[in-house]
Write a protein that binds this ligand. Structure first.
Ligand code: NAD
Ligand code: ZN
Length: 355
């Protein structure tokens, strides 16, 4: 089979590989919709997870099942399925502790395009199909559905980590697709004021649609100064970091009220340390919690998030700014994710088959 791969750090290209084998609990799928992710860019061009040779990229997919293992109960060949980016081992101790995304060790549930070949191929392998897949709801557009692999669950997880609740003022730093879903999630969880940091015009427009009340450009000066000005020196209850760099934490700490939470869902692709400003952190005693997390996955959560879309609580279609057809458009779509032209939010590829 053909797959689009990271050949080595900084280099991508097509590879030819054997079709993966299906274990008794697993499924083999072919993609019907795919989306490249900023994480693929960190992986290839920053070498953020280390060197990988000829590893097929991609972790955002909607698939059709071509083969199922003999112990799979709830899925059959021909089913169209939502494929989460994270596919944990649900029997692991980490899963029993409530952190399935770290099954087998930190980030261990992130298998596609990290520990095994990803979804940018003619076929891909899904472990523990019953626990990890969800049916594509009848009537859901597969292109929209790719946002359930990673963007929706990650953005919403930022809100869960930040424990956003009614009436709070929330700062979302970064309004690419992940941050946009954090804005939407914060509005759904009852945030009062949502300050969003970003610059691309259609990201800004969509952030407002999803509920952002104030827009801040990090290009207009330090974020903390702008937030303090907008809030009359009070700061915010919660911060969700979905963009920026290692210095963004310092800005976040400076605007968070005592008792507040800073939730990072950004992938820190380079550098060794993040700095926490001592004084702003209440000289260590400010009760400002800093947490960071990989998206939780699993069938139940994926079904629930799909249910929100099917019931009109969430419309992701505005994020899909660049649409392609056919596996062969993967290089172009991934390149867009690297270049981030100003009109880009998220590229998506649909693939149709004659049989
Ligand atoms: P994106 O590049 O489209 O968006 C990043 C945003 O950050 C943009 O709005 C940009 O304007 C803003 N930004 C850039 N520099 C900034 C700065 N110095 N200060 C403040 N804001 C700045 O990215 P995306 O696709 O939305 O993904 C966001 C991050 O989430 C990526 O690092 C991605 O790898 C990561 N991610 C994490 C998970 C997870 O499970 N935690 C899952 C998927 C993606
Ligand atoms: Zn992703």
């Amino acid at each position: 089979m053909k797959g689009f791969a990271m050949l080595k750090i900084g280099e991508v290209g097509w590879v030819e590989k054997e079709v993966p084998k299906c274990g008794p609990l697993d499924a083999i799928c072919r993609p019907i919709a795919l989306a490249p992710c900023t994480s693929d860019i960190h992986t290839v061009y920053e070498g953020a997870v280390g060197e990988r040779t000829d590893m097929i990229l991609g972790h955002e997919a909607v698939g059709e099942i071509m083969e199922v293992g003999e112990l799979v109960k709830d899925f059959k060949v021909g089913d169209k399925v939502l494929v989460p980016a994270i596919t944990p081992d649900w029997g692991s101790l980490e899963a029993q502790r409530g952190f399935a995304q770290h099954s087998g060790g930190t980030l261990g549930g992130w298998k596609f395009s990290n520990f095994k070949d990803g979804v940018f191929a003619e076929r891909f392998h899904v472990n523990e199909a019953d626990a990890n897949l969800a049916l594509l709801p009848e009537g859901m557009d597969p292109a929209d559905a790719t946002m359930l692999s990673d963007m929706v669950p990650t953005g919403f997880h930022g809100c869960e980590l930040a424990e956003v609740t009614y009436g709070e003022d929330v700062l979302v730093i970064g309004i690419g697709p992940v941050g946009l879903m954090a804005v939407a999630g914060a509005a759904l969880r009852g945030a009062a004021r949502i300050l969003a940091v970003g610059t691309r015009p259609n990201c800004v427009a969509l952030a407002k649609e999803y509920g952002a009340t104030d827009i801040i450009s990090y290009k207009d000066g330090p974020i903390d100064e702008q937030v303090m000005k907008l809030t009359g020196g009070k700061g915010v209850d919660k911060v969700i970091i979905a963009g920026g760099d290692n210095d963004t934490f310092a800005e976040a700490v400076k605007v968070t009220k005592p008792g507040g939470i800073i939730a990072n869902i950004n992938y820190l692709g380079s550098g060794d340390y993040i700095k926490i400003p001592r004084e702003a952190w209440g000289v260590g005693m400010g009760h400002i919690r800093i947490v960071g997390g990989l998206m939780p996955a699993g069938r139940m959560r994926t079904e629930r998030l799909a249910n929100m879309m099917m019931n009109g609580r969430l419309d992701v279609s505005g994020m899909l700014t660049h649409k392609f057809e056919g596996l062969e458009s993967l290089p172009e779509a991934l390149q867009l994710m690297k270049d981030k032209p100003s009109d880009l939010i998220k590229p998506v590829i649909t693939i149709s088959y004659e049989d």
